[in-house]
Design a protein around this ligand. Structure first.
Ligand SMILES: [Zn+2]
Length: 265
């Protein structure tokens, strides 16, 4: 019953994504990967139906401080909000079973702030206990206006918010792990509880928190798709973002324009 009356582009999208994922050498297959077996057509129909319940949208750091006027603004950061709102109005229409939003959420005096390191300026780096720490202007201080989600974001359909970077001595870019690569945010457990196998990422900034989230998503075995028109980079120095995009593609991350998302009835 799902197939009848369903836009063709949704079905074709499902096929093309499966093909790309399957044909990408070196990809980590999620645990419990199904073997459709009986026939190709049978398998594709099941893939299509199941895909409605297997995808989550992860919105990365759509916060005031990362938008124009904020402490660490991504150029044009708020320009993606109208298109994100169109997805958020009815997430299941695009096949998103769950919607997650992350927020950078630091205590005052956080280790990532240049102001916490004597004689250091924003955008310099320091080494702390073997980890390279990039230094930023003070940003996203817990409870501040800068840390709040952008007021234009229609976040009513978000299922869960993940706050990261809350420990004073450890930064966190990824939605899954803090920067030690070990401390979990709990997002993997949440997605696994609902049987999510594919994550779509959008947000700020493409070459930092979206990049680290995508990297960890692949490491954890999720099919990972970045909505490329809804993810904006800092790109400093120029060319940095292109390097990160190339690396993500090597890791099996797919890039898709949101206009090509499936439309479910
Ligand atoms: Zn931060």
């Amino acid at each position: 019953m799902f197939i009848r009356g369903t836009p063709l582009n949704a079905f074709l999208f499902s096929l093309s994504l499966e093909f790309k994922v399957s044909s990408n050498a070196g990809l980590v297959k999620p645990e419990g990967q199904r073997n459709y077996g009986q026939s190709l057509a049978h398998g594709l129909i099941f893939h299509y139906i199941e895909s409605m319940n297997e995808s989550a949208l992860i919105l990365v750091d759509i916060q005031n401080d990362f938008c124009p006027g904020g402490a660490l603004a991504v150029p044009g950061g708020d320009s993606i909000i109208p298109s994100l709102n169109a997805l958020l109005e009815k997430p299941e229409r695009s096949g998103f079973f769950k919607v997650v939003a992350t927020a950078d959420w630091h205590p005052e005096g956080h280790v990532s702030f240049a102001s916490s390191h004597e004689g250091k300026e924003p955008f310099e780096t320091v080494e702390l206990e073997g980890l390279e720490q990039h230094l930023w202007p003070d940003h996203c201080i817990a409870g501040s206006v800068g840390a709040s989600m952008h007021p234009g974001l229609a976040a009513d359909t978000v299922d869960v918010f993940i706050r990261k970077g809350r420990r004073k001595d450890l930064d966190s870019y990824s939605a899954f792990f803090e920067n030690d690569g070990l401390t979990r945010t709990g997002l993997n457990g949440y997605l696994n509880d609902f049987g999510i196998r594919r994550v779509y990422l959008a947000g700020l900034a493409l070459d930092w928190c979206v990049y680290f989230t995508a990297r960890d998503a692949r490491r954890l075995g999720f099919e990972t798709v970045i909505l490329e028109d809804l993810s904006l980079p800092v790109d400093q120095p120029a060319g940095f973002a292109a390097e990160k995009v190339a690396e993500m593609k090597e890791r099996g991350v797919l890039f898709l324009n949101s206009a090509a998302l499936p439309e479910f009835p």
